[in-house]
Design a protein around this ligand. Structure first.
Ligand SMILES: Nc1ncnc2c1ncn2[C@@H]1O[C@H](COP(=O)(O)OP(=O)(O)OP(=O)(O)O)[C@@H](O)[C@H]1O
Length: 599
C-alpha cells in the first residue's frame, strides 16, 4: 500500500457503483416503516395541495357565474382544510425523516468506527490520521441532507408528478403536452453534465480530506511548530490546502449553478408557451378551453415544474453524496489483514515462552526489515533488545503481539502458532507499553483501569503503589480522580510512564513488552521506577527495548540487533567477554554512566 501525505489526493480504489447503492439501501431498509409513513404523509399533503387549483376552477367556472354563495363558502372551507392538512403532514414528515436520517448516519458511523478499531497498524501507518477522521465525521454528516430530504423528496416528488400529470391530463390533454415540451431537453442536459459533476465532487472530497489531514497534523505537531517558529510556513501550507479546497468547491458548485438556470429557463419557456397557446385558444376559440381551465393549468404547471426541478436538484445531491459514499464504503471495505483465521482457537492461559523460527518481515514489499530471526525464550525469561536506531527492535516486539503478520517463518507462544489463535486471547495475556505512552482523556483511575476493566479501586491503588506512582497521584488536585487530557498533556512524560506501568501491572500479563523511554525520569524517580519495574517484570516473560543500563544488565539475555538480524545474544557478562558489537556499544554509551552512577 502506497503511503499518502496531506498534500497528495487519495486514489479511489472503487468508484461508486450499483453495489454501493445496494449497500446504502441496506442501511435504509430497516427504516422502511417510517419511510412508508412519511411517503403516505407526503401523498396526503400533495393531494391536499393539488385540490386547491381544482377547487379554484370550480369557483371561477361554476360557483361565481351561478352566484352560489353557499357553494363558494364550502370551497373556501375546503381550501382551508386542504392547506391545514398539508402543513400538518409536512411537519410530521420533517420530524420523522430527521430522526430516520440521524439513525442511518449513526449506524453508518458506528460501522466505520468499529471497522477502524479492527484495522491493522499498517492501515494507520500509511495515511494521515486526519484523512481517516474526516470519513467518520464529515463525510458521513454530508449524507444528512440526502437522507433527511433527498430520498423522501424524490419519492414524494415522483408521486406528486404522477398525480399532477393525471390531474392535468384529466383537465386538458393538449395543454398538458405543451407543458411538458421542455422536459426532454432538461433530461439530455442533466446526463451530459453528469460526468463532469462526478469528477468535480470527487475532487472536493479529496481536497477536503487533504485540508483536514493538514489541520490534524499541525495540531499534533503544534509544539514543534512553535519551538521552531514555523508558524509562517505552516500558514502558507495551510492556505495552499485551503485554497485548493475552495477552488474545487467553487468548480463543483459552478456546475450546480449552471443546472439551476437551465431548468429555470426551460420551465419558464414552457410556461410562456402555455400562456401563449392557452390565451390564443381562449381568444380565437380554435380549441375550446374555459378561463377556469387556463387558471388551473397555470397553477398546475408551476407544480409540475417544481418537482422536476427538485428531482434535478436531487440528482446533484446524489452525485455529491456519491463522492463521499465511495470513500465511506472504501473504509468499510478495507481488509482486516491481521485477523482471526476461520478455525482460530483461544490460546489457553500461557506460561509465556516465545519462539521465533526463521522470521522474515517487511512493512513494504521488497524492503525486508527482519531477516531470519531465530530465538527461543523460556517462560519467565527477561530479554533486553539493544542495537542502533532503526535496526528492528520495535518491529520484533510488535510481531509478538501480532500487530503485523509476518511474511516468512513462524512465531510460537507456549508452542501455539500465533497465526492460529484468536487475537483477543493472545493480546489479553500480554502487556504492551509503547515508548509513546498514550493517556486517554478521563481520570487517572480510568486510565489505569484500561488494563483491566473490572478492576476494583483497591486493586488500582495497589498497582499504582507497586510501580511507585501512588505518591505523585496523591499529590495531584483530586488524587486518582484527577482529570487528565488526551495524551496526558497535564502529566510529565515520567508520570505518564508510571501510569502505564500501573496499567500493565493491573492486567497481570504473562508476557510483558516494553519499549523503554530513553530519558524522561529524574534520577530519584528512576531509582524508584526501577524498583517498580523489577516488580512488574518479576515472574514474567519480558521483552524490553532497553536504553537504561540497569534494565540491560538485569536482563537474563541481551539480543543485539543490527540490520534486522540478531547478531549477538547472551548475558551482559558473556557479551562483554565476546568483545563484539555489544561490547563496543557498552564502552561508548554506558561506560561513563557506569562509572558515574552506582547501580
Ligand atoms: N510502519 C512502518 N512502515 C514502514 N517502515 C517502518 C515502519 N516502522 C518502522 N519502519 C522501518 O523499519 C526499520 C526498523 O524500525 P524499528 O522501529 O523496528 O527500529 P528500532 O530498532 O526500534 O529503532 P529505534 O531504536 O530508533 O526505536 C526502520 O528502518 C524503519 O524505518
Amino acid at each position: 500500500m502506497a503511503r499518502n501525505k496531506f498534500d497528495v489526493d487519495e486514489e479511489l480504489q472503487t468508484l461508486f457503483n450499483g453495489q454501493h447503492l445496494k449497500r446504502l439501501m441496506g442501511y435504509i431498509r430497516p427504516h422502511r416503516k417510517a419511510l412508508t409513513i412519511t411517503v403516505m404523509l407526503m401523498i396526503i399533503s400533495s393531494i391536499a395541495l393539488l385540490l386547491g387549483p381544482y377547487l379554484v376552477r370550480e369557483a371561477i367556472d361554476h360557483k361565481i357565474p351561478d352566484k352560489d354563495v353557499d357553494g363558494l363558502i364550502m370551497i373556501s372551507i375546503g381550501l382551508a382544510l386542504a392547506m391545514l392538512t398539508s402543513s400538518v403532514c409536512l411537519k410530521f414528515r420533517i420530524r420523522l425523516m430527521s430522526s430516520v436520517a440521524q439513525k442511518i448516519i449513526y449506524t453508518l458511523r458506528e460501522d466505520i468506527f468499529l471497522h477502524l478499531q479492527k484495522l491493522p497498524f499498517s492501515y494507520f501507518d500509511n495515511r494521515p490520521h486526519g484523512k481517516i477522521i474526516i470519513r467518520v465525521v464529515n463525510y458521513v454528516n454530508a449524507l444528512n441532507d440526502l437522507l433527511q430530504n433527498g430520498i423522501i423528496n424524490v419519492i414524494t416528488d415522483m408521486f406528486s408528478l404522477i398525480f399532477i400529470v393525471i390531474f392535468m391530463f384529466a383537465i386538458d390533454v393538449r395543454l398538458t403536452l405543451i407543458s411538458m415540451v421542455g422536459l426532454p431537453v432538461l433530461i439530455v442536459v442533466t446526463f451530459l453534465l453528469k460526468r463532469a459533476q462526478r469528477i468535480r465532487w470527487q475532487r472536493v472530497s479529496s481536497k477536503q480530506s487533504n485540508l483536514n489531514a493538514y489541520v490534524h497534523e499541525s495540531i499534533c505537531g503544534i509544539k514543534v511548530t512553535q519551538s521552531f517558529a514555523r508558524e509562517e510556513e505552516n500558514k502558507n501550507i495551510f492556505n495552499t490546502c485551503n485554497s485548493a479546497y475552495k477552488k474545487s468547491w467553487m468548480s463543483a458548485v459552478r456546475l450546480v449553478h449552471l443546472m439551476w438556470p437551465i431548468s429555470e429557463n426551460i420551465s419558464t419557456l414552457s410556461i410562456s408557451l402555455l400562456f401563449y397557446m392557452g390565451t390564443s385558444w381562449l381568444a380565437y376559440g380554435e380549441y375550446i378551453i374555459t378561463v377556469g381551465t387556463l387558471v388551473a393549468f397555470v397553477s398546475y404547471i408551476g407544480r409540475f415544474w417544481g418537482p422536476i426541478m427538485n428531482l434535478s436538484n436531487f440528482y446533484n445531491q446524489i452525485i455529491m453524496a456519491m463522492a463521499y459514499l465511495e470513500r465511506i464504503f472504501e473504509t468499510l471495505d478495507e481488509e482486516i489483514v491481521v485477523k482471526d483465521q476461520k478455525d482460530a482457537y483461544p490460546i489457553p492461559t500461557i506460561a509465556g515462552s516465545v519462539t521465533f523460527s526463521n522470521v522474515g518481515f517487511a512493512y513494504e514489499e521488497n524492503n525486508p526489515i527482519l531477516k531470519g530471526i531465530n530465538f527461543h525464550v523460556e517462560a519467565g525469561e527477561r530479554i533486553a533488545l539493544v542495537g542502533s536506531t532503526g535496526s528492528g527492535k520495535t518491529t520484533i516486539i510488535n510481531l509478538i503481539s501480532r500487530f503485523y503478520d509476518i511474511q516468512e517463518g513462524d512465531i510460537f507462544v507456549d508452542g501455539h502458532d500465533i497465526q492460529k489463535v484468536t487475537l483477543a486471547s493472545l493480546r489479553q495475556q500480554m502487556g504492551i507499553m509503547m515508548q509513546d505512552t498514550f493517556i486517554f482523556s478521563g481520570t487517572i483511575m480510568d486510565n489505569i483501569r484500561y488494563g483491566k476493566r473490572d478492576a476494583t479501586e483497591e486493586e488500582i491503588i495497589q498497582a499504582a503503589k507497586e510501580v511507585k506512582a501512588h505518591d505523585f497521584i496523591m499529590k495531584m488536585q483530586d488524587g486518582y480522580q484527577t482529570e487528565v487530557n488526551e495524551r496526558g498533556s497535564r502529566l510529565s512524560v515520567g508520570q505518564r510512564q508510571l501510569i502505564s506501568f500501573a496499567r500493565a501491572l493491573l492486567a497481570k500479563p504473562a508476557i510483558l513488552i516494553l519499549d523503554e523511554a530513553t530519558s524522561s525520569i529524574d534520577t530519584k524517580t528512576e531509582m524508584a521506577l526501577q524498583e517498580g519495574l523489577e516488580r512488574l517484570l518479576e515472574g514474567r516473560t519480558s521483552f524490553v527495548v532497553a536504553h537504561r543500563l540497569a534494565t540491560i544488565k538485569n536482563a537474563d539475555r541481551i539480543f543485539y540487533i543490527r540490520d534486522g538480524r540478531i547478531i549477538e545474544a547472551g548475558t551482559h557478562e558473556e557479551l562483554i567477554d565476546l568483545g563484539g558489537a555489544y561490547y563496543k556499544l557498552f564502552m561508548t554509551q554506558y561506560e561513563i554512566l557506569n562509572n558515574d552512577i552506582a547501580l
